[in-house]
Design a protein around this ligand. Structure first.
Ligand SMILES: *Cc1c(COP(=O)(O)O)cnc(C)c1O
Length: 339
């Protein structure tokens, strides 16, 4: 946040951009005869969605106690990641810092946008190497807390917010599974902070594609002007709104998942094939086993699919917490594996 000046971080073409103004921007009432958007006048799904997702933002604003001007809704968090690059990182000039092992799309999206990646690996505790990070000059950094695939929450992110000169994106897609605090509380304090959350994990809507970014209103305004006009479909918006209006269902599922996470932790720990079980603040467990490739394939043959992370953390499988029946089947199969 040192001498933070947002406009110097934004790409010149985005600063100068005159955004597309849609028919639904120019007339925003909901009564009338709509002959302004070249829609088919017949049908149930014939109308373009609200480009500003007003109802969804209002519901999120109430739940999170964040003003609507600080909320951006994307077509999944993956669209938010892409937008960050398009707004802040000039291709073939600017750089981004990524702290592996972490979510793979930060780097893929940098490659798509032709932005140079500086990798500063997490230390052996899977924590940030802040001094190393601060020794580089970059436009932005992605940190994931709780982190995918390691499952732990990151400490010292706040030092990054204070001392890093660029945009700090804190990916909180797993925050609902964590007892720790969200960085949403720090938005007012740090104008360089972008917090990402999603409907894909705890909210059970991975199929709908709804991701959210929270940031200062000037950052959100840049995201709004850079996104495609109707980026979030009406179906997506409605599903997310429906989920938010059933908080008891959300809490019920969440508590089952957390209970099941504890059960998996207890039972996996005692298996002879398990070398190490990493503590998790998310809805998955990173498990170091005797031979990840072998056990992964063994499980596939039993029609139990986990994520083989051997290539990123040696001999580790990432196992998502499933239903009680699914977890039972997983454990039963793992108990049969010979050491
Ligand atoms: C799943 C995941 C995403 C993608 O979320 P979508 O909202 O489904 O695009 C982003 N970041 C992390 C860390 C994830 O695990």
């Amino acid at each position: 946040m040192k001498n933070f000046d947002l406009e110097t971080l934004v790409r010149p073409n985005i600063l100068a951009l005159h955004p597309y103004s849609s028919a639904r921007d120019e007339f925003t009432g909901d009564e009338g005869i709509f002959l302004d958007a070249n829609e088919n006048p017949f049908g149930e799904r014939n109308r373009y969605p609200d480009p500003h997702q007003r109802l969804l933002k209002k519901a999120l604003s109430e739940r999170k106690q964040i003003p609507v001007e600080s909320i951006f809704i994307g077509n999944g968090s993956d669209e938010v990641i892409d937008l960050i690059y398009r707004i802040f990182c000039e291709p073939q000039r600017d750089r981004v810092i990524i702290c592996p092992p972490t979510y793979g799309m930060y780097e893929v999206s940098a490659n798509i946008n032709n932005v140079e990646v500086i990798r500063v690996p997490l230390n052996d505790q899977f924590q940030l190497d802040i001094d190393k990070i601060l020794s580089f000059d970059a436009q932005c950094i992605f940190v994931c807390s709780p982190n995918n695939p390691t499952g732990n929450s990151l400490q010292n992110v706040e030092r990054l917010l204070r001392e890093f000169r660029g945009i700090v994106v804190v990916d909180e897609d797993y925050i609902d599974f964590s007892a720790g605090d969200s960085f949403l509380k720090k938005l007012k304090e740090y104008p360089n902070l972008v917090v990402m959350q999603t409907f894909s994990k705890a909210w059970g809507l991975a199929g709908a594609r709804v991701g959210v970014a929270y940031a200062s209103s000037p950052i959100i305004a840049f995201m709004d002007k850079t996104k495609p006009p109707y980026n979030v479909s009406a179906l997506n918006q409605e599903e997310a709104l429906k989920a938010l209006s059933h908080p008891a269902e959300f809490e019920r599922e969440l508590s089952i998942i957390l209970e099941q996470r504890s059960l998996l932790e207890r039972e996996l720990k005692d298996l002879p094939i398990v070398h190490h079980l990493y503590p998790s603040d998310a809805n998955f467990l990173l498990v170091e086993v005797t031979d990840a490739n072998k056990i992964y394939q063994y499980l596939v043959d039993k029609k139990v699919i986990v994520r083989n992370r051997n290539s990123v953390v040696r001999n580790c499988l990432r196992i998502t917490v499933g239903t009680p029946e699914e977890n039972r089947k997983l454990l039963d199969e793992l108990k049969k594996v010979e050491k």
